[in-house]
Design a protein around this ligand. Structure first.
Ligand code: FES
Length: 343
């Protein structure tokens, strides 16, 4: 391309960009109803107050709900309590949110201001100017004069933290019963049955390399009880059969397995997802949530990932009829760590 042609292309490009990026400037300022009519301003103020009142009622309702609708351990009661708390806290937050937006749109100054680009680091003068602008903004919002509005916003914002603080404080030293996490349905002699149909498992039926999802044996009445789902969820087990010579068992644990069959809690010790992916060649169990990997051949120790503890082991044996049974509960509390776990 000749020099002449290059120059003319560059000129065209500049011209095109200038056309495309014409500064539109600011639109003409429009006065709002609340700027022109004091009655409209008063109406808007009352609307803002109304939404702060909604927040106040929501906060009070959440406290009432917290103390009156207490979960009694059943799934339904936990669900009801969570619904009621969720709805009341939603109103508490929504009231503050809507009130703030409406206040800004209807009552605060809406004069357009141009903020020129400048270096990221502000000068001391700019910072002082910003503080002065902020102070002017507060003055401009007329908060000093609108005592009703000031009272409602302060009350709503001051009360809202109670939705979090009261439940936290009320739970300290209350009926927080960590023994629920230490005990499961497993005890001496309880048969290992398949999940979900509850069929007892014979040791002879478990082939090397197979994995069976296990729950404790339970009567029909126990299965229908309110607590079954929760208790079953805590007691779920993965049963794996390895070649006995692949097992690296400590002296203490030698009697916890049966002919290469080992049983471990299925609940990940990271944050409690079900560990369910078994690699037969490596004997690794993988948690799908954050990829913690446990070595079944070596006490289900963590070989990779964020989990910090091995999976708890269920000591097993075989009864007179050849069915697999538990010798006791898990060797340690199942699931993620918690503060009181070592007590
Ligand atoms: S819950 Fe298993 S790795 Fe996070």
């Amino acid at each position: 391309m000749s020099e002449l042609n290059k120059d003319s292309s560059a000129t065209e490009l500049v011209a095109t960009n200038e056309d495309r990026f014409v500064d539109p400037g600011l639109p003409a300022h429009k006065l709002r109803m609340s700027d022109k009519d004091p009655k409209a301003a008063k109406r808007a103020e009352l609307q803002v107050v109304f939404f702060f009142l909604v927040s106040i009622v929501g906060t009070i309702a959440s406290l009432v709900v917290f103390f009156t609708i207490r979960p009694d351990g059943t799934t339904e009661s936990v669900r009801n309590s969570n619904y009621a708390l969720g709805i009341s806290i939603a109103f508490a937050l929504l009231g503050i949110g809507i009130a703030a937006v409406h206040w800004a749109k209807a009552l605060m100054s809406d004069h357009e201001v141009i903020d020129e680009r400048h270096p990221l680091e502000s000068s001391a003068e700019d910072r002082e100017a910003a503080v002065a602008e902020l102070a002017a903004g507060v003055k401009d919002s007329n908060i000093e004069r609108r005592t009703l509005l000031k009272g409602s916003v302060v009350t709503a914002l001051a009360l809202f933290p109670l939705t979090i603080a009261v439940p936290l404080v009320a739970n300290v030293g209350s009926d927080w019963d960590v023994s629920k996490f230490r005990k499961t349905l497993w005890k001496k002699g309880v048969r290992l049955t398949t999940d979900p149909n509850g069929r007892p498992v014979k040791a002879a039926d478990v082939t090397v390399g197979s994995v069976v999802h296990i729950i404790p044996e339970a009567t029909e009445e126990e299965r229908q009880s309110h607590h079954w789902i929760t208790e079953k969820a805590k007691a779920v087990v993965l049963l794996v059969r390895l070649d006995p010579k692949d097992l690296k068992e400590s002296e203490e644990r030698k009697s916890w397995s049966y002919d290469g069959i080992v049983a471990y809690s299925k609940i990940c010790t990271h944050v409690g997802c079900p560990v369910a992916l078994y690699e037969q060649q490596t004997h690794h169990l993988l948690c799908p949530c954050h990829q913690s990997t446990f070595d079944v051949a070596d006490g289900a120790k963590v070989v990779f990932g964020p989990a910090k503890r091995p999976l708890p082991q269920l000591p097993i044996a075989v009864d007179d009829e050849g069915y697999l049974v538990a010798q006791d509960d898990f060797n340690e509390p199942i699931g993620p760590s918690y503060w009181e776990r070592l007590k």
